[in-house]
Design a protein around this ligand. Structure first.
Ligand code: TRP
Length: 330
């Protein structure tokens, strides 16, 4: 039997940080074992909000693929592609837009939230309103069984299911598949200023750093703000840095850190040094691979081209059925 399918994408709006690594990419790597995965660069989705300055999209698209490969996304096992290479996504978006009532989009909470979050941007464009329809097209194009997403994306997936049901009701049961979510927990890591880690806040630790920049960032991090002097006891639960140990430090060392922090035997600087060491051992191999791909950029182009071929074939098979169902062919 064919393996069940996964579809997921990331918008290329800048470099990926360790929040993406923990919350998304590690999951993607694991899912490759049990599923046929389609992982794509959602560059048209990025364009819905970055249309004034699209240069960043092109650059981050290639960098993002390099990063994916370097953390263990396997181009032999998974289909890695760029959305805008597969024009069928645009056609399916158009066809699905015919059957999607505008009020479904306007009441979408993710839409309202993102508009609020990106208040300084002009987001009154049709493309941005249609964002979830494009996402629905991405997902149903490859008959995804499951979509690994964070909680914030659930409304989009629900909308995808509603569009699928309406499509199948109008044009024939079973043509498009209703996807389910694999809910992935967002990584509980804070940025170096103690706010949520985000590229737009300028507080992110990126997957690709030099050892020196990584060290500087960790050293700058707020810890437990009540711990002013080394001899004051600290509380890991109130520390901005400690959650990183939960991800990168083994259990025994964590217990020592907790005890040492609470008894004031372990200072924040030493605690940070332990973390830096662990981050370096985790990411050194990734950095080396990214450097390798930077020096062999044509490898990335080849992988993106191969992905476009595979995704192109798959998508064409779907489109033939969709066009026929909507009496647009034959
Ligand atoms: N909207 C998703 C995000 O911002 C990106 C995305 C676009 C996506 N198309 C998708 C995710 C299809 C999963 C499946 O994170």
């Amino acid at each position: 039997m064919d393996r069940k399918r996964i579809v997921s994408g990331i918008r290329p709006t800048g470099d990926l940080h360790i929040g993406h690594y923990l919350g998304v990419l590690k999951n993607w790597v694991e899912l490759q074992r049990d599923y046929q995965c389609f992982y794509f660069v959602a560059d048209w989705h990025a364009l819905t909000s970055e249309f004034r300055d699209p240069g960043v999209i092109r650059k981050s698209s290639r960098d993002m693929v390099m990063t994916w490969l370097s953390v263990g996304i396997d181009p032999q096992a998974s289909v890695i592609f760029r959305q805008s290479d597969i024009k069928n996504h645009a056609e399916l978006f158009l066809l699905l837009s015919m059957i999607t009532p505008v009020p479904w989009l306007e009441r979408n909470p993710a839409y309202k939230e993102l508009r609020e979050e990106l208040k300084e941007k002009d987001l009154s464009n049709l493309g941005f309103l249609g964002y979830p329809v494009l996402q629905a097209a991405d997902i149903v194009m490859y008959h995804a069984d499951k979509v690994p997403i964070g909680e914030d994306q659930l409304p989009h997936l629900e909308l995808t299911r509603e569009i699928v049901r309406r499509f199948n009701f109008l044009y024939g049961e079973g043509i498009l598949k209703e996807p389910r979510e694999i809910l992935t927990e967002a990584a509980r890591v804070l940025g170096i200023d103690g706010r949520k880690m985000s590229k737009s806040y300028g507080n992110a630790i990126f997957i690709y750093e030099t050892e020196e920049s990584l060290r500087q960032k960790v050293m700058q991090m707020f810890t437990d703000v009540k711990r002013l002097r080394k001899k004051d006891p600290g509380e890991p639960e109130d520390c901005n840095l400690y959650p990183l140990h939960e991800y990168f430090t083994d259990e025994e060392t964590r217990r020592e850190i907790q005890a040492g922090c609470r008894s004031a035997d372990l200072g924040c600087v030493e605690c940070k040094k332990i973390l830096i060491g662990n981050l370096v051992s985790e990411f050194q191999p990734v950095w080396e691979k990214i450097d390798y791909y930077r020096d062999h950029a044509s490898l990335i182009d080849d992988i993106i081209r191969q992905g476009a071929t595979r995704a192109g074939e798959e998508s064409e098979a779907t489109m033939e059925k969709v066009r026929a169902a909507m009496r647009m062919s034959g």
